[in-house]
Ligand binder design. Sequence first.
Ligand code: AKB
Length: 315
Amino acid sequence: MPDTKILVTGACGQIGTLLSTTLQERYGFDNVIASDIRSSATFSCIYEQLDVTDANKLFYLISKYQITQIYHLAAILSAKGEANPIFTWNINMNGLLNVLEAAKNYKLEKVFYPSTIAVFGNQTPRVGTPQWPNLTPETVYGISKVAGENWCNYYFQKFDVDVRSLRYPGIISWDTLPGGGTTDYAVEIFHEAIKRQSYTSYIAEHTALPMMYMPDAIRATLELMDTAKENVKVRTSYNVGAMTFNPAELSEEIKKHIPDFVIEYEPDFRQEIAASWPESINDTDARTDWGWKESYGLADMCQDIIHNLTQNNNQ
Ligand code: AKB
């Protein structure tokens, strides 16, 4: 078995930044290559510029570093994707197909592909959304991820490419910022609460969405990747849940730490996207197949984020 050598695409993003660091701590400096479209970036591991639609550069990097696993995070998210649907489809779809072809041709050991709650749409039950419902999403991002999940399943069935996937809920972090998503409000709100004690939410007061704190998201990813191949039974993408809240509930929790905090509501086009997504997720398959269990709920996540941001601000 060759040494594990990991390529992370989209490494400068909200999840990619922390995942690259965690993988580097686990596998060592020389064994993780962070990549993104930016020409340069500061990482504690090796960094390479990579446009995921450039198959030749992807194949070149796989040969150069003898890559054995890819975490393919590069994608355009839900809100940004609506501004340029064809561009979004090209990045999200052709990037994935290049990665899957590379995995097949270079016989990579494993691939990770993030999917999302954006695969669900208005035809899907919103509460306790099941693993196998109707998937008719309302955004190009969601359409590309439904297609992507099916491509992953296809490459697994036809070519035995061991690709694994999670349908991430909104991911909340304090030390990296999201970009272009609908759930970004749940990160921005903390920064504004600390800086200005106020926030104007583009999501309506009572629209609840499934969310997860970053440490849980990183752990879920690594636990799925560590699972024995025969136990990974869902080869499209696993539902994973942790908590569910709406902006009003989040703001009440923030007020426990910042009593002067006030929230206002000015819903925009992202409200319609949020309203088409689940409120809560049924993730029984993830819990049964590989033992998923979240560590953070709303209260302990808020406490941790506010503690860290306040400390950071005082430094
Ligand atoms: C988005 O809001 O687009 C993402 C997601 C839920 O996939 N955070």
